[in-house]
Ligand binder design. Sequence first.
Ligand code: SF4
Length: 456
Amino acid sequence: MAVETGVQDTPATARPRAPRPGCGARTAKPTPGAAAGGCAFDGAKVALQPIVDAAHVVHGPIGCEGNNWDNRHAASSGPDLYRRGLTTDLGELDVIGGGEAKLRAAINQAITQFDPPAVFVYQTCVSALIGDDIQAICHAAAARHGRPVIPVEAAGFSGSKNQGNRMAGQALLDHVIGTREPAYTTATDITLIAEYNIVGELWQLTPLFERLGIRLLSCITGDARFQEVAQAHRARAAMVICAQAMGGVGRQLQERWGVPYFEGSFHGLAATAKALRNLARLLTDRGAPADLPARTEDLIAEQEAEVARRFAPLRDRLAGRRVLLYTGGHKSWALVAALKEMGMEVIGTSVRKATENDKARAQDLLGSDGTLFGAIPQPEMYRMLRAGEADILLSGGRTQFVALKARKPWLDTNQERHHGYAGYAGFLTLAEQIDRTLHAPVWAQINRPAPWEVEP
Ligand code: SF4
């Protein structure tokens, strides 16, 4: 579908476009020739797009939407409206004449065609610079259509991708959370914050909650329905998984609605056990059955025994292998814990996008032998890998070619990854993926001298 007056619809089967060079505000000032990170719009969009039954309309040039469309593989158990690329496709004439009419038409079309429970409207650099008043348009559209139309004012130039994550959290606090009530509540209702169900990671956790009788009232925002996000304030306890992205939502849930929260992780065995214990404790404090902590201990013991059994064949294959971890946010420490539990040595982890809290945890876990890195220049990363300081690089797609050039194994651990690493099931998946990557026969082949380099 391509409609002149409003929404342009990218089919769900279309491939995402490559990022446009030079596009995007970022955490650190970019240097010429360096790869750029995402902008604030990008951060806001990836944080809200997992609300799967909402329409997400991007008010800007088509490149903004194409830049980040579905690049996180956030999974849905039902609706697929969130995967439609809806954009007003602003062009040169709109820059001169204004794009408000196009935005009105786009919202109307999205509602008429898809009947979503809510519409998120994303500002971009261009619509912000030409002065389109998306607040007023969203307000009028909400009144006209009788459903929430939420402005997300996170123009790309307003900050980094992390800043955009936080702005998305603020949009939820300003316009969504607390606006609806659940059909019923229970004493074991929880909210997970900053869990995006990337490649189905949330579903590695939900069986654990079900075993304990804990109800996931709301997940912000993985596999979420709009109603679920709106009722998050009625949870008895909340857990913030990435404080850098949405720590503010946890704090506000506590301040405005008295929902106690903690920051934690489901990466690694000890972290998963700790998170489950914290949830059980907070819930029991607020009226959950008194046997919940004991049942939690039983579940942890059972799961750890099962992991030990299934991990045993991999233990020797991974033990002592050295990892360079180059990721962001809470993963900078959460994955360190998981890797050390596998018997691997983490020579260093990047804390470029981590909070002070994250940095302290990472250093604690690494001990005196590991290094906290900021941004590692690619030539230096190449040198480290080529010199054999690490056996494998765990990072995002942007640095994969450094490892491949150095002829060293690389595994994707960022949001574009194809495997979930959460909870007990995720621990085993991560171990299996590292094992497969490390021991793939290709490394021996490409590190052998070429035939013309061998003396006859
Ligand atoms: S919002 Fe701005 S920085 Fe972000 S993709 Fe669009 S034009 Fe680029």
